[in-house]
Design a protein around this ligand. Structure first.
Ligand code: CP3
Length: 345
């Protein structure tokens, strides 16, 4: 199973190999989650989000729920980008209404005083094996990790923030200590993605949700360079693994990101004009995106117009239909089925 699974007919994999398809393959970021009543039910049975991730059978079920209901072209592993800090030895809790908390925050604590706990990733590989086993050949299985910069923002501040000011300040004040954090994240992430691939994912996505707030030089140093090295290291082991990069908020810097990181495809957020992207990105380079999650929530004519615009802009290049960021928990299920009908006819 796993690696040996042959999937020549999976539309998303064909697309990632550069083939244009008349009907774009579609999946949605955060498609396993709280907008699904079956997810909320599964989640209620657990003491928290982490116990759900660590129960391989329940996590496999969460991964498969959106596939069973909507038949998306990809299943994305049910896990979180913060399992990397957790495995590097930070404590991780999800506080209701406040988001994730990591302790001790590295803004005032040395990385080398943390104790690594590699076993924390073991149940996730088991989730991958269980899902890989149950997916039909036309459904692509996506693994993922956070990009070094975005993961570092949580590790340093100990929580999420809008402007990542604590982490950006540390990166200027103490680039040596900060780069040690980045290196630790790269090394463990390569190991983690290698483990996911060995267990059976077909392609991976790198989520760089906070790539947008850096100055140009800092973007080069902390987004592009670490991502390029991560991609290179992963390809030493898996030369043919498709890698989707998603540097959210990077705006026109996605051109440099594509050229310098060598990702296979680029995820576009909803602030990017799809006509601009089609004109200025390399010909035939696969793009993914970029419907506004809020217009999927709102529905109606605005939704139809947005879908038409995106399909039109990307009609001449390989395109994976997706949102510009994760689906919102309040999104009506009927809007998701409507989207699928519009795309698939
Ligand atoms: O896409 C999927 O369906 C696969 C699973 C997935 C989750 N998180 C599950 C999750 C993926 C790909 C992620 C990525 C992730 N996690 C990112 C990058 C993408 C993005 O959204 O920007 C980030 C920044 C995180 C960190 C994180 N995890 C936050 C900020 C939160 C709390 C906010 C929230 O939505 O509650 C989480 C928790 C989380 N991760 C949930 C899910 C389904 C909700 C937890 C719950 O059910 O209680």
């Amino acid at each position: 199973m796993g690696k040996s699974r042959k999937k020549p007919d999976a539309p998303l994999l064909k697309l990632l190999a550069g083939q244009k398809l008349t009907t774009p393959p579609i999946w949605l970021m955060r498609q396993a989650g709280r907008y699904l009543p079956e997810y909320r039910k599964l989640r209620e049975q657990k003491a928290g989000f982490l116990p759900l991730v660590e129960d391989s059978e329940a996590a496999a079920e969460a991964t498969l729920q959106p596939i069973n209901r909507f038949h998306f072209d990809a299943a994305i592993l049910f896990s979180d980008i913060l399992v990397i800090p957790y495995t590097l030895g930070q404590d991780l809790t999800f506080v209701k209404g406040e988001g994730p908390k990591l302790t001790p925050a590295l803004v005032n604590h040395r990385l080398d005083l943390l104790t690594k706990l590699p076993d924390r990733l073991t149940p996730i590989y088991e989730t991958v094996r269980r899902v890989a086993h149950r997916l039909s050949p036309e459904t692509t299985f996506l693994g993922f990790a956070g990009s070094p910069w975005t993961v570092a923002t949580y590790m340093v501040a100990g929580e999420g923030s809008r402007d990542q000011a604590v982490t950006r300040a540390m990166a200027y004040r103490d680039p040596q200590a900060f780069s040690e954090i980045i290196e630790a994240i790269i090394d463990l992430t390569v190991l983690y993605l290698d483990g996911q691939i060995e267990a059976g994912v077909d392609a991976v996505q790198l989520f760089d949700s906070w790539a947008g707030t850096l100055s140009p030089q800092q973007f080069e140093r902390w987004v592009i360079d670490p991502t390029a090295r991560l991609v290179e290291k992963l390809r030493e082991k898996h030369p043919n693994i498709p890698i989707i990069g998603f540097p959210k908020g990077a705006a026109s810097r996605i051109k440099a990101y594509i050229a310098d990181t060598q990702v296979t495809a680029i995820g576009l957020d909803e602030t990017i004009d799809p006509y601009w992207a089609d004109q200025y990105l390399p010909a035939d380079f696969p793009v993914q995106g970029n419907l506004d999650p809020l217009v999927l929530l709102a529905g109606g004519e605005a939704l139809d117009q947005s879908i038409t615009t995106i399909l039109d802009a990307f009609s001449e290049r390989p395109h994976i239909f997706n949102l510009g960021h994760g689906i919102l928990p309040q999104t009506p299920l009927t809007h998701v089925s409507h989207l699928l009908e519009k795309i698939r006819g």
